[in-house]
Design a protein around this ligand. Structure first.
Ligand SMILES: [Zn+2]
Length: 410
């Protein structure tokens, strides 16, 4: 368990962790992203670690909310000084605080009214980037834009149009990408400027509005793990269904439907299979609760109480989602048996992830019987991760899976 404090400095918010025992894993980018996620985690612009450093009061380590190492952040700097003094009580002389950050040594001071004064590094470079004046403060690049009326200036919209970096060398580009913030200020409203911190806020608002909007429109069931005890409500129906083109259907006169947003991924997969001389056909797609019950009923009659072990039950909810299909090939047909020995199955194992599909119940899984024909759409990013890490969807923590929901149809 990680003990943390939540801080904000002029609107930038941070998770601050006392890491003097070095127990926080700064390389676990997934964990960092999750902690900083505003819906699934604590929510923050970044994580700040306080660590020991000989000859200084402490060391500040700033990690961006995407897991990359951050540059020096003035708002975060004041927060960590507050944390060191008021929470950890490790500051020897509140009038003369010395700490070190990625850009070098900093001095800070606790003022009489309890506020914190922080000395930043001098501006190290002045120039032009993105056709705008540019200054490098410590390690953080800022673009400057002069505007007439700050109050009415569409900061988010204009800020969004300024590239994060200019393509120079790959090295410069990478550095700039992780560090560049866009800073806009008005020469006419110098007074207001003092109170408005646009740094990061622009980035944050931009991404948050998009993220919230997208998340609110994304069906949370699409990446849910189902089991014998947790399954879809009988009233659940996918937001929209589309017919699978007839050329890919095993039984020519059968109508098979799939989630509309998954259709192009499925047809791309099937075309690619075709181009590689694979004879892949779809034998089942979306199945309503009613259809499922009939199927399960049939199995129950034939196999009694052991029916749960059979396929009608295990793929149940996933077929009701509309994002899942059962494949077959001519040599196997409707029997399914032997599908795992076909070259089509091998091809699916190596290629389905490129189109966002994964095998739900692979060989040797701990949940259900092996179903080599049953593939579920989970989005390209998650499917690729599972493929690269050789992991099963059902073995992954639901919280980690949820982080991929936002990009499921990208
Ligand atoms: Zn199935």
């Amino acid at each position: 368990m990680t003990k943390f404090h939540k801080y904000h400095g002029a609107g930038n918010d941070f998770i601050i962790v006392d890491n003097r025992d070095k127990s926080f894993d700064i390389k676990d980018a997934d964990n960092i992203k999750l902690l900083c996620h505003r819906r699934f985690g604590v929510g923050a612009d970044g994580i700040i670690l306080l660590e020991n450093q000989p000859d200084y009061d402490f060391q500040m380590v700033f990690i961006n909310n995407d897991g990359s190492m951050g540059s020096m952040c003035g708002n975060g700097g004041r927060c960590i000084v507050h944390f060191a003094h008021y929470i950890l009580k490790i500051i020897k002389d509140p009038k003369n605080i010395n700490f070190i950050a990625v850009d070098g040594a900093h001095k800070a001071e606790i003022l009489k009214n309890g506020e914190i004064k922080l000395k930043m590094q001098d501006i190290s470079k002045v120039g032009e980037r993105n056709n705008l004046p540019f200054v490098l403060c410590g390690t953080t690049p800022h673009n400057i834009m002069f505007v007439e009326n700050l109050k009415e200036f569409p900061v988010v919209e204009k800020g969004r149009k300024i590239p994060w970096s200019e393509k120079k060398t790959v090295e410069e580009d990478l550095k700039a990408k992780t560090e560049e913030n866009v800073y806009i200020f008005s020469k006419l409203t110098a007074e207001q400027q003092k109170n408005l911190s646009f740094e990061n806020q622009i980035k944050d608002i931009t991404s948050q509005v998009g993220t919230l909007d997208k998340l609110s429109k994304t069906d949370k069931e699409l990446l849910q793990k189902y089991s014998k005890v947790y399954f879809l409500n009988e009233n659940y129906v996918p937001e929209s269904l589309a017919p699978v083109p007839n050329e890919f259907i095993y039984e020519k006169d059968k109508q098979i439907q799939i989630h509309t947003k998954v259709l192009s991924n499925l047809t791309d997969l099937l075309r690619s299979a075709q181009n590689n001389s694979m004879d892949l056909k779809i034998i089942s797609g979306f199945r309503s609760f009613g259809e499922q019950s009939v199927l399960k009923g049939a199995y129950t009659v034939s196999f009694g109480s052991d029916a749960n072990k059979f396929s009608a039950d295990q793929g149940y909810s996933e077929h009701q989602l509309g994002t899942t299909v059962d494949f077959t090939t001519a040599s196997v047909g409707a029997t399914f048996s032997g599908f795992s020995k076909t070259k089509e199955y091998e091809w699916l194992l190596q290629n389905a992830y490129k189109y966002g599909f994964i095998i739900s119940y692979p060989e040797g899984n701990a949940y259900y019987q092996f179903e080599p024909w049953h593939f579920r759409f989970v989005g390209k990013q998650l499917a690729e991760r599972l493929y690269v890490e050789k992991q099963n969807f059902y073995d992954l923590d639901q919280r980690k899976i949820d982080a991929y929901l936002i990009n499921i149809f990208d």
